[in-house]
Design a protein around this ligand. Sequence first.
Ligand code: Z5A
Length: 215
Amino acid sequence: MTAPSAGRFITLEGIEGAGKSTVAHHVAKRLTARGIRACMTREPGGTPLAERVRAIVLEGGGELLTPVTETLLMFAARSIHLDNLIRPALARGEWVVCDRFTDATRAYQAAGRGVSRAWIEELAQAVHPQLRPDCTLLLDLPVATGLARSKKRAGNAPDDRFEAESAQFFERVRAAYLDLARREPQRIQVIDAAQPLAQVELQIETALAACLDLK
Ligand code: Z5A
């Protein structure tokens, strides 16, 4: 298969421990095997400066960080990431595989923290007026399974401000993601991420084909 000339933007979403990082590597590998130039990145972060914003928003440093501040930091990091990595890569014709994007803000800050949905859409409009992912893979699984996986990997001490959140918080986030998928079934493909990795990877192949017209 020949590589298409225009870059595509693929995002991965889901609650903690859903397997996004694992799957992002798989997607990038599959695209490269098809002769497509692909780069992998993540949010918040993805560039040196945006990674510094990530450290602020995940660590907090003991200071008060309100949901509004958290939202602004997510979009500040996103804006840096878009200007310095995502848009240039897409313009070069590369495919960008991004671990989380604005759907995460809709799920975590709006549904999780109670920040205004309308305000988040205004910020999205200001930061990336013309850009929406071509395909979003939503790795869905029960909250208990995701949290158990991430605990198994990291041990019991929470690594960041989100890992310290309650199961109820992640239930709201999960429900918000599923609601987004119901509203945009073409763009957002729901993957049953509770299955063994080999099965998840098979679902990913089908979802990418459906979304991006890959044969
Ligand atoms: N955040 C936000 O609030 N608003 C925003 O706008 C954005 C982000 C962009 C950092 O994200 C935090 O930022 C995030 C939301 C917030 N916090 N939370 N929650 P992150 O993506 O860096 O952090 P994360 O979601 O906590 O990632 P994670 O815990 O690393 O999960 P993951 O990437 O989805 O999973 P993984 O590392 O690929 O896999 C977890 C473990 O499960 C690992 O040991 C794997 O080997 C294993 N695994 C993976 N798949 C399977 C299957 N299928 N079966 C069994 N085991 C598996």
